[in-house]
Write a protein that binds this ligand. Structure first.
Ligand SMILES: Cc1ncc(COP(=O)(O)O)c(C=O)c1O
Length: 400
């Protein structure tokens, strides 16, 4: 044992890890861990519709556990393909007005898995005997504020990549024009709702550009699915904007209360993704009980629209109550309401003060937000009571 510890110490000391570990001792970055018996009201949870503890989801997951066990222990390409996954994919496809969907273990893996591989689909299908008629040189065009999993997936793809300024369609178009002149095949990637900004992507303009430049548009609807649109269909439903060029990515771990990620596409495209994405074929899907819970979540999206109504009522109430306090809320378009604080240390101080009052709010700082624009990321949900909102606004009034 001693020899082992010595070897460990030596290998750590030869690496940045020991320096970082030392530094971390004086710069704790996880102030929000929650003890089991601590009563904290979260104003930053992704559980927008308060479904994660809903009895119907809990019962569905319990039934799933009894029927399938804790895991299915095999990738779907290799015999772990259960009927419940297919049923869930069909429902997700329908929610997104697409013929099918492909399920991944998380939303993070969906982004990495699809974006890293889709531009290499021809080369990967070649392993199975496919011969391409034409070679494409692909280029990604990505909003600068897209989620980190998008940025990593694009980087892993090895394709050309360009970032456009957040929501700036003129900038995007100038990049697309330059790419067209070079003869590359474009893929535009955007969050539907931006997690740290609370803004909604200008989908109609994105679709217009995608159709004009012959691009695919990959839309990460992690924070919009279940939240935006009369039926919780997401950004497309919000705008009434659908197009065959859109690939609709989403997650089960936010408004749907469970765990998993997906991309909803036409059936033929789904088949290509299943064949060529290693994150689908060479790792496990979400455990079957999570698929069961997500199916129950989809039922509730339809059966209890009042949840979405309550979420938006709470959102408006919070904005109204905060208005006289003089804070700057960066966007009021969605359930994500980032309150600008400025300096990271001040933002941390606010978060700690809120925590002492039994309220959790994410203190978002660089690199998740630009330097000097640290913010408290308030996220409203259907389960907040008026008394809880009054309480948090009261604490913010004192801090102001
Ligand atoms: C915009 C966006 N995309 C993808 C993800 C990843 O989703 P998941 O938590 O299911 O991995 C997140 C999670 O925070 C997100 O905010």
């Amino acid at each position: 044992m001693e020899g082992y510890l010595l070897r460990l110490a030596i290998s750590f000391s030869m690496h940045d890890l020991s320096d970082i570990a030392d530094w971390l001792k004086h710069h704790p970055v996880h102030p929000a861990a929650q003890a089991g018996d601590e009563r904290v009201v979260s104003f930053s949870t992704n559980d927008y519709l308060a479904l994660a503890r809903h009895p119907q989801l809990v019962a569905a997951a319990g039934d799933g556990l009894r029927r399938y066990g804790v895991g299915n222990s095999e990738s779907r390409l290799h015999g772990g393909d259960l009927d419940i996954y297919r049923a869930l994919e069909a429902r997700l496809g329908a929610l997104k007005h697409k013929g099918d969907a492909v399920l991944f273990v998380t939303g993070y893996m969906a982004n990495i898995g699809v974006l890293s591989s889709i531009v290499k689909a021809a080369a990967l299908a070649r392993l199975h005997g496919y011969r391409a008629r034409k070679r494409h040189k692909y280029a990604y065009y990505s909003d600068e504020y897209n989620h980190v999993s998008i940025r990593e997936g694009i980087q892993m793809s090895g394709a050309l990549r360009y970032n456009y300024r957040h929501g700036d369609m003129n900038h995007l178009e100038s990049l697309l024009k330059a790419g067209a002149a070079e003869g590359s095949t474009p893929l535009i990637v955007s969050d539907g709702v931006f997690a740290m900004e609370g803004t909604i992507a200008p989908l109609p303009q994105l679709v217009e550009l995608a159709e004009r430049y012959g691009a695919l548009l990959y839309l990460d609807d992690a924070h919009a699915t279940g939240v935006l649109g009369a039926n919780g269909g997401g950004t497309s439903e919000h705008y009434g904007c659908y197009s065959p060029c859109i690939m609709q990515m989403g997650t089960l771990s936010k408004a749907l209360g469970a765990l998993g990620g997906f991309v909803a596409v036409e059936r033929e495209v789904a088949d290509v993704i299943r064949l060529t994405s290693s994150a689908y074929g060479y790792t496990c899907p979400p455990p079957p009980d999570q698929a069961a819970a997500a199916l129950a979540g989809l039922d509730l999206l339809r059966e209890e629209p009042q949840r979405r109504q309550r979420l938006w009522d709470n959102q408006r109430y919070f904005i109204e109550r905060m208005a006289p306090l003089g804070y700057s809320i960066l966007s009021t378009q969605t359930a994500i309401l980032p309150v600008l604080v400025g300096e990271a240390e001040t933002c941390q101080r606010y978060a700690i003060a809120l925590r002492k009052e039994g309220i959790h709010v994410d203190a978002v700082q660089f690199p998740a937000a630009p330097v000097g624009q640290a913010r408290l990321r308030f996220m409203m949900n259907a389960g907040h009571t008026r008394a809880q909102i009054d309480h948090v606004v009261g604490v913010m009034a004192r801090l102001a």
